[in-house]
Design a protein around this ligand. Sequence first.
Ligand SMILES: [Zn+2]
Length: 158
Amino acid sequence: MLNGSMSEYLVSTKSYYNYPCSHRQWRHPGHCAYVHGYSRSFHFWFRCHQPDEYGFVVDFGGLKAVKALLDEWYDHTLLINRDDPLLSSFQTLHEQGACNLKVVDNCSMEGTAQFLYEQVNTIVQASTQGRAWCFKVEVRENDKNSAIYERDQPTIPA
Ligand SMILES: [Zn+2]
């Protein structure tokens, strides 16, 4: 057991790999405006002051909702920003079965990390009754590039 000091934490991490996911950055002046795809991976850092009765920060068996969230949004999907001027064309392709369109605020790795931070925190804090929280999310598009969103203080869901 930890001594209960508010400055002392336990941290655990959970990763998910190989999500085939495409997107485009329509504002970008270079080739990122083209639809292109990656094998995305997702990495979450969890923190608590006191572990559960098994000594875990987060019981990963309770994270099925995280896997379901990632499957829904990033498995064989096409992420298009809400303000993309070609959005209606992509919606037509979706209706015709050519893609699994997901409309998002920001399809970048940064935007994805921020989106997942909120979603996963809601799941983790609910499953641990607020004992643990997610403080950092990394989204990788490949071996070379990633973005991280992190926050020092826990977000208490409304
Ligand atoms: Zn790109």
